[in-house]
Design a binder for this molecule. Structure first.
Ligand code: ATP
Length: 415
């Protein structure tokens, strides 16, 4: 956890001396969990993207997306390379002009506002520090350009460096620092300007896995402390799940789902989302009509009860279950949603064991069992009962990728 004496960067107010936006004395901003959604639109740092499109010649980099980011939220845009994450971020920053659509920052259309006037800062993967300037001067650079007084610059730079745990390294040059430290300088340089929105484009992408994990925790703590809106671009699903309040999963220029991490992972709305976030077992099945969010699903000769959310259509569907949600039981165990199977492969992973189980309905399932140290009885060649709990089974449309899911949710936000 980060500790700092500096007061949180909450709602800005103008400084009479410099005209600079400085934070108020009180009250401290509530954490994300304490905030009521009704407040969100009134607070600075609220973003709304409406039918936003960016075309580069024949490429639809961003294809009519509708997204709302609440003030003070840690919002991630997650998707594979080339899905349009960076282009979306660059349009919010003002580095790229939309082909069509609107970007509202705190309710104001920013189409005609140049990037440097948007009260939005960007942190890039490449750090983009000035190599000839010391850490202090790198962080102070933006403040000095804005004409902030020397006294105020000293105070704010000290506060920012304390927040990112770099106090004492003010006189180093970037080349004398590690990658993680340089990225902290880049963060300090951005937050020292008290933006209402911080855009982060794969900021941890150049770091090794261990440092990356450590900085994920720090970055999340920093965001909660400063309370400004973070829009974070990543292709790393674990990173997005760990840090975000909500995630927009993007695919080929479109947003497939916007939800809290747990919902995106446990209740994916499309096959793309189910597949992109972690490992999913996918089986072809036929669904009966839904009743109260549940339906009967036929898997070869077996009938199962499953959660079908708000999927309206019955007929051919994809049945999805995560490996860690499958339960293995002794062969012959009776009950709902049980199918006989055979353990075909057994892989020791250290903290868990991964099994490949062939089901009597013909499907193969990956199963993950945590290693509790008590031994796992289901070795290769063991006949087992496979329990697929109804709450863990997700029924998804079998429409091809890119086709809109047949669901009631979604649609553009009201203006
Ligand atoms: P990555 O994770 O690899 O950075 P991304 O999801 O951020 O990918 P974008 O960089 O937004 O994706 O690119 C989306 C699409 O737009 C890609 O097909 C890319 O080649 C194309 N694209 C981006 N910038 C330009 C440009 N300036 N000119 C032409 N095509 C571009």
């Amino acid at each position: 956890m980060l500790t700092r004496k500096a007061r949180p960067l909450v709602r800005n107010r103008p400084d009479a001396a410099s005209g600079e936006q400085i934070p108020p004395e009180d009250p401290p901003r509530p954490t994300t969990k304490e905030r009521r959604p009704a407040d969100a639109a009134d607070r600075s740092g609220h973003i709304r993207l409406i039918d936003l499109t960016k075309r580069f010649d024949a490429v639809n980099a961003v294809d009519g997306i509708n997204v709302e980011v609440h003030a003070g939220e840690f919002f991630s845009m997650l998707g594979p390379s080339g899905c349009g994450k960076t282009t979306t971020l660059r349009m919010i920053a003002g580095f790229e002009h939309p082909t069509s659509g609107e970007i509202l920052l705190d309710g104001r259309d920013v189409a005609s506002i140049p990037s440097y006037k948007r009260n939005v800062n960007t942190v890039f993967q490449s750090y983009a520090l000035f190599p000839h300037l010391k850490v202090f001067d790198n962080v102070a650079f933006g403040l000095r350009r804005k004409g902030v007084s020397r006294h105020e610059v000293r105070k704010r730079v000290a506060d920012a460096l304390e927040m990112v745990r770099l106090t004492g390294l003010e006189n180093r040059k970037p080349a004398q620092m590690s990658g993680g430290q340089q990225q902290r300088v880049a963060l300090a340089r951005a937050i020292v300007l008290h933006p209402s929105v911080l855009l982060l484009d794969e900021p941890l992408g150049a770091l090794d896995a261990k440092l990356r994990k450590a900085l994920q925790v720090e970055l999340k703590a920093l965001q909660q402390e400063v309370g400004i809106t973070f829009v974070y671009v990543t292709h790393d699903q674990e990173e997005a799940l760990t840090m975000s309040d909500r995630i927009a999963v993007m695919n080929a220029g479109r947003v497939e789902q916007v939800d809290e991490p747990q919902r995106v992972y446990e209740e994916p709305e499309t096959m793309f989302v189910a597949d992109f976030l972690g490992v999913s077992n996918v089986m072809d099945a036929v669904a009966g009509p839904a009743q109260g969010g549940a339906c009967r699903v036929r898997l070869d000769a077996f009938e199962l009860r499953a959660d079908c959310g708000d999927l309206a259509a019955s007929g051919p569907v994809k049945l999805v279950i995560r490996p860690e949600r499958v339960r293995l039981e002794p062969h012959g165990t009776l009950g709902e949603n049980r199918i006989p199977g055979m353990v075909e492969r057994w892989v020791y992973l250290g903290n868990a064991v991964q099994l490949l189980v062939h089901l009597a309905c013909g499907a193969d399932l990956q199963v993950l069992i945590q290693n509790s140290g008590e031994g796992i009885p289901f070795v290769q060649g063991t006949p087992v009962g496979v329990h697929l709990p109804a709450g863990a089974l997700r029924v998804l449309s079998s429409a091809p990728a890119g086709a809109p899911p047949d669901r009631g949710r979604g649609g553009p936000p009201a203006k």
